[in-house]
Design a protein around this ligand. Structure first.
Ligand code: SF4
Length: 476
């Protein structure tokens, strides 16, 4: 044993017992949590139980419960049962909450009943970062990521899923009926164990069919024709070439320090309608006059771009090409150059396409252009299969043209986007583990997400400026 580093004898007593505080170093993150929660006005934030009831058993102070949760999410311990265990054995947590040992029900109840207030705590930390000038750049990257809900795929029904499931059950019933018929021919007088088993199977599938019919009527009555039985707000979404039941979390991350400045939990399976909403939230939080937002082409939607520009936000994202012309070996719209002065397009053959008529396409005003020289054009086979090539232009397309030129003048925009936001979601998912959310319904899931994001931002700021400096800034 002499060749190894020796530990202390467990039975050794000391004349002056060590204080719990001595176990917690000055730069320990629990001191940051303690300082952060202590400077919050929990009453203003809306936490329940700040004024204790005059009667009954005294309750735990909301500050202590909030500290437990922030500590838990910072250390990848999100479950209330595991937090209960940690409160009993973890020296840091003992120090943080003065050796309170609430049971898991009290811990879980706090998170369930104080959702809006907890979400405001997340915003308070962002506000603190803003006051510390951590958002010097007026630029954010926006992206969305799908997070699994507490809802098995088999417990989620859409019209298509129900139809497939019913067809399977019908097929099974028919199969067993055929088998039973054959068995009846072999033994017409007596019920053999095989016949009994077949009859039971048929009854089981018939019961399944009845249950599916009941689910089908629920699906039909739901607004988006979808039903999730465990978490009613979770929705079926496309994810990495497959499907999943969950939520689409949108986030705006600042490009300087990679802090999440705004987020929103949505049930939308795509990102197309999210840009303006998240960008406006980010601009409000950062309190900037102008804001540049980089996003991927999944966000490309004219109305969203126009809404951003109207609010002083400059969106930058690549165009989403939906036309099939390129696939068919024909010129696409990028080959036609618009001249705003003359309100005409110039085609690859150098001909001028003039305005012909105005129309509404899916409620959006469009102008249609074409040239009178297509018939005899040498490039016609590469341009159109019709009599003439028509180009449609949305009324607000100048905004999209401007965005394209902004993108071209900033060639590293997509690299900045990728480096800013993709690892953020990756880190969050890594911390959350295989089962992403523990709570059900969108409002509770939003609370959970806020805790994750608060923990992420807190850890990030501690890495950027150090725990001691962060505590000093809080006290200032
Ligand atoms: S077909 Fe018409 S639009 Fe196309 S290149 Fe020729 S003239 Fe231009």
């Amino acid at each position: 044993m002499k060749r190894f580093i020796q530990g202390q004898d467990r039975t050794q007593s000391t004349l002056l017992p060590e204080l719990l505080d001595e176990y917690i170093a000055e730069e320990n993150p629990v001191r940051v949590i303690d300082a952060f929660v202590d400077q919050l006005s929990l009453l203003e934030l809306g936490f329940a139980g700040i004024d204790p009831a005059q009667t009954g058993r005294p309750s735990y102070h909301p500050a202590a419960m909030l500290k437990i949760y922030i500590y838990g999410y910072l250390n990848r311990i999100q479950s209330s049962r595991r937090l209960e265990a940690e409160a009993n054995r973890n020296v840091e947590l003992m120090w943080l909450v003065a050796r309170f040992t609430p049971d898991f029900k009290a811990i879980a109840r706090f998170r369930k009943e104080n959702g809006p207030a907890i979400r405001k705590v997340c915003s308070q930390f962002i506000e603190l970062c803003r006051r510390m000038d951590l958002f010097a750049d007026s630029m954010v990257a926006i992206d969305g990521s799908k997070f699994k809900a507490v809802n098995n795929c088999d417990k989620n029904y859409t019209q298509a899923k129900i139809k497939t499931r019913m067809q399977e059950v019908e097929k099974n019933i028919q199969q067993y009926l055929d088998d039973l018929e054959a068995a009846d021919v072999r033994s017409p007088k007596q019920s053999t164990p095989h016949q009994v088993r077949l009859t039971e199977r048929i009854a089981m599938f018939q019961a399944q069919m009845k249950a599916l019919e009941a689910v089908e009527s629920e699906v039909q009555s739901s607004p988006d024709k979808q039903l999730s039985q465990t978490d009613p707000d979770a929705r079926s979404m496309q994810h990495r070439g497959g499907g999943m039941v969950g939520y689409n979390v949108q986030a705006a991350v600042d490009t300087q320090h990679h802090l999440i400045v705004a987020h929103e939990v949505t049930t939308s399976g795509h990102d197309r309608t999210q840009l303006a909403n998240v960008a406006k939230q980010a601009k409000e939080v950062l309190q900037k006059e102008t804001l540049t937002v980089v996003a991927d082409k999944g966000y490309y939607k004219g109305e969203e771009v126009v809404a951003c520009v109207a609010n002083g936000i400059t969106p930058i994202m690549p165009k989403c090409l939906t036309s099939g012309n390129k696939a068919h070996g024909l010129f696409d719209k990028r080959h036609f150059v618009y001249d705003p002065k003359s309100n005409t397009y110039q085609c690859p053959a150098g001909e001028v396409l003039i305005e012909r008529f105005r129309s509404l396409e899916k409620g959006r005003p469009h102008i249609t252009y074409w040239s009178s020289h297509c018939k005899n054009c040498a490039l016609k086979s590469s341009c159109t299969t019709s009599d003439q090539r028509r180009i449609k232009r949305w009324e607000n397309e100048a905004v999209l043209d401007q965005m394209q030129s902004d993108l071209e003048s900033m060639p590293n925009a997509m690299k900045i986007r990728r480096c800013t936001i993709e690892h953020t979601f990756g880190t969050l998912k890594h911390w959350m583990g295989a089962t992403h959310f523990l709570m059900k319904t969108k409002s509770h899931v939003s609370t959970e997400m806020s805790l994750h994001i608060l923990a992420y931002n807190m850890k990030r700021v501690m890495n950027i400026m150090g725990s001691v400096a962060l505590m000093k800034a809080m006290a200032a």
